[in-house]
Design a protein around this ligand. Sequence first.
Ligand SMILES: [Zn+2]
Ligand SMILES: [Zn+2]
Length: 174
Amino acid sequence: MDLLDQFRAHVDTSGGPDACHPWTGPVRNAKSYGKFRVDGRDHLAHRWLLGYLRGKPLQYPLELGCHTCDNPPCCNLRHLYVGTVRDNVADAIARSGHPAARRSWPHCTKGHKYVPENTFISAGRRYCRTCHRERARINARAARVRKRAGPDREADVAAVKALRGSGGAVRNPE
Ligand SMILES: [Zn+2]
Ligand SMILES: [Zn+2]
């Protein structure tokens, strides 16, 4: 049985080609979006269907699986289309720091590309080597400043704060 057949086994098409085709398998959340498991990963059923049929998964968070029928469990292709989030909205989502959005970023919060040479994985999280080096440098400087007394100290404390940015500690695990 191919994937599409497995998918269709969870869809109720008894209403005919123009009716809603509700998902009858497991659901994802309170809104009753269908949940379809492929190779150990869960997908929102209607999104998976749209992606599978066009040959390319929907891009998160830019592309939305939209219903013309406003019926979340519906998996009738006639009621589904791929919507595109307006760029500025997508940006807002990507910038929101939502972990799922950040994991799909091609770069760290500072804009360094996650190319293999610049990436390391620790405890399942992705880190930027450039930022890691920068953090080590700033932390070393902060340690030196902490030890020092005298009139230069205040200015150095302020400089270290500025380097760290408004958030205090510099972190960007994803
Ligand atoms: Zn529908
Ligand atoms: Zn970085």
